[in-house]
Design a protein around this ligand. Sequence first.
Ligand code: AMP
Ligand code: MN
Ligand code: MN
Length: 320
Amino acid sequence: MRDLHQQIRQVLADAATVAVIAHVRPDGDAIGSVLGLGTLLTEAGKQVQFILPDGASALYKHMAHYDRIQTRLQEPVDVVVVLDCSDLLRTGDVLNGRKVDINIDHHPTNELFADINLVEVEAAATSQIITLCAQHWGLGLSKTAAEPLMAGILTDTIGFRTSNTTADTLRAAALLMEQGVDMSGLYYNTLLKRSYQSVKLWGRGLEHLQKDGRLAWTVLDEDDRQASRYSGKDDAELTALLATIKGVDVIVVFVAQDDNHVKVSWRATNGVDVSNLAVSFNGGGHAPASGATVEGTLDEVIERVLGETKKLLQERRKQD
Ligand code: AMP
Ligand code: MN
Ligand code: MN
C-alpha cells in the first residue's frame, strides 16, 4: 500500500495537467471526489480538468470549482485519474480510448483498469480514501476541498448509517471538520432537504410499492415524472426510504429511462449481497447497494430482474 501511495505521489508530482473524472449519473461521492481531489491538486499548483460526463447537480453549485466542471476531456493532459468508477463504462464516453493512469475507488466489483489501482473496498466512500490518503500523495487538506469530500462521505454513507461506516470513516469526517466544514449544514443540504417534486415522485413510487416475502419493489415511469413534475430520470433517493421497510431483505427500484432502457437499483440488508446480481446485468456496486442500466422494455426488465432477485433470495434461504 505504501508503495502504491509512493507511485501516486510520483505520478502526480511529475504532472503539470491532471484530469479528475467520475461516473455518469453522478452521486454525491462522484461529485465530492472530483471537486475534492481537483481542488487539492489545484491548490498544489496543477492545471486541473474537473470532469463529470453528465455534469453535477445544482445542489453543489456553491462549492469551489463547481463552475469548472466539464463533460469532456481535453487533450493533451499528463495524468488521468478516475474516481468512484468500478469499470470504464462508468466514465461514459469521455476517455475515448485514453489510458487511465490512476484508479481510486471502493467498489468490490472494480475491474482494476488503470496503471495504478488504489481500490479500498472497506472504505465507505471514495471521498474517504482521498481524505485519508491525501497526505501520502503530498497534498494537504483545505477547507475548500473538505466541503465536497465531506459531502461525498455523507451521501455514500447516508449520513453515517450504512454498515460500512467504520472508525476510519469517522476519522476522515473528523479531519474534514477540523478544516472548518459545517457538517450539519451539509447533512441537511445533501441528505434531508428535498424538492416538492421529488416528494411527489416518492408518492407515486410508494403507491406502486409491492412486496413478495422478503422482497419489495416499485416502479417509476414517464407518467410518474410528468404527474409529479420531477425533471430527473433517477429515483429521487426513494431507495433510501424503501430500504427502511421492516422484514424486507432486498428492495428494487425500476426507473424507466426510454422505451428500451431501465435503471435498476438494488438495496439489501441482513447480509444479502446484490453486487454479483448487478454485475450479471452489466452493472455493479457494493454488497448492500448496487445498480445497473438494463436494456429492454419496462415489463421485460421487471420480470427478468425480479426473477433473478427471487432466485438469489431462495438460494440464500437454502443456505440458512
Ligand atoms: P444506484 O442504485 O445507482 O444508487 O447505485 C448503487 C451503487 O451501485 C453505487 O455504488 C453505484 O456506484 C453502483 N452502480 C450503479 N449503477 C451502476 C452501473 N451501471 N455499473 C456499475 N455500478 C453501478
Ligand atoms: Mn458513486
Ligand atoms: Mn462511492
